[in-house]
Design a protein around this ligand. Structure first.
Ligand code: FPP
Length: 246
C-alpha cells in the first residue's frame, strides 16, 4: 500500500511543526555554497505545505530562522533574508489559490524592514483563508518567547491588571506568540540531529517527536506521510496508562 493510503484521515494531528535542518550540509555535498541549500529548501517547504494542506492538517509551523541564526556569517544571514522576502512575495498568490493563511511567530521587529513589510503584506492578503494555516517561525526562540511573556505578565501584575492567582497554564499560553494556535501533536526534525534547538518548548510538552536522517532539501511529500504513519502507530497516553485510553 502507498504510504499516503496508510494514513488514517480521522486521526491526523491538527498541528505539525517542523525543524527544517540540513540545508548547509546538503549544499556542501553538492560542492556548493550554503545558500544553495536554502534555495533548494524552498522546494521542500512548498511540497510539505502542499501535502499537509491536501491531507487536511490545520496548522503547519516551520522553523525558518532562529534568534541564534543571527550569529551566522553576515553574508548568509543577508542571503537568507533576501530569499525569505523573495519567496514570501512569490508564493502569496499560491497560498491564496490554495486557501492557506500565513502567520508568523517570533521577534518579527528584529527582521530587516523590507522583510517585515513583505511578511505583513502576505499575512494581510491571506488572512481570510481557511483551509490551513502556515506559521513561519522567524527570529524565533522559545526562551525569547517565554521571557517576553513572563515580562508582560509581571508588568500586568505590577499594574494591577492581573492577579498572581490568575496565572494558570492557559493564561501563560495566551501570552506566547502562538496564542490561539493549538499545540503541535507532532514535531519533525530533519538531518539526523536529535535536538529541539529552542523551538516551541512550552507547546511541545506532549508532542510526539519524529527524527529523520533526510536533509531538509531532500524532504518530500512521502517523508511527511512516513512521519504521519509513524505518529499514528504511537500510543499517546498523556501520563495515563494504556487501559485508561480504551
Ligand atoms: C537549517 O539548515 C535551515 C535554515 C536555518 C533556514 C531554513 C530556510 C529555508 C528552507 C528557506 C526559506 C524558507 C521559507 C519558509 C520561505 P542549516 O543551514 O542549519 O543546515 P546545516 O545544519 O546542514 O548547516
Amino acid at each position: 500500500m502507498r504510504l499516503k493510503d496508510q494514513i488514517i484521515t480521522e486521526r491526523l494531528p491538527k498541528h505539525v511543526a517542523v525543524i527544517m535542518d540540513g540545508n548547509g550540509r546538503w549544499a556542501k555535498r553538492q560542492g556548493a555554497e550554503r545558500i544553495f541549500g536554502h534555495q533548494h529548501g524552498v522546494k521542500a517547504v512548498r511540497d510539505t505545505t502542499e501535502a499537509a494542506a491536501e491531507l487536511g492538517i490545520q496548522f503547519l509551523t516551520l522553523y525558518a530562522f532562529s534568534t541564534e541564526n543571527w550569529n551566522r556569517p553576515r553574508a548568509e544571514v543577508d542571503a537568507l533574508m533576501e530569499l525569505l522576502i523573495h519567496t514570501i512575495h512569490a508564493e502569496t498568490a499560491t497560498l491564496n489559490k490554495n486557501n492557506i493563511r500565513l502567520l508568523a511567530i517570533g521577534d518579527l521587529h528584529s527582521l530587516p524592514g523590507n522583510c517585515y513589510e513583505q511578511l505583513q503584506e502576505a499575512i494581510r492578503e491571506t488572512s481570510t483563508n481557511t483551509r490551513m494555516t502556515l506559521v513561519l517561525a522567524l527570529s524565533y526562540s522559545s526562551k525569547w518567547e517565554i521571557t517576553a511573556a513572563v515580562k508582560r505578565i509581571a508588568i500586568e501584575v505590577r499594574d494591577g491588571m492581573l492577579k498572581p492567582e490568575d496565572i494558570r497554564e492557559d493564561l501563560i499560553s495566551g501570552y506566547l506568540t502562538t496564542a490561539g494556535i493549538p499545540d503541535p501533536e507532532l514535531l519533525i526534525r530533519t538531518s539526523g540531529e536529535h535536538r529541539i534547538s529552542n523551538f516551541l518548548l512550552w507547546q511541545i510538552a506532549y508532542a510526539e517527536l519524529y527524527f529523520t536522517d533526510k536533509l531538509w532539501p531532500e524532504f518530500g511529500k512521502d517523508d511527511l506521510y512516513a512521519a504521519l504513519v509513524d505518529y499514528q502507530q504511537r500510543e499517546r497516553r498523556f501520563g495515563m496508562v494504556s487501559e485508561q485510553l480504551k
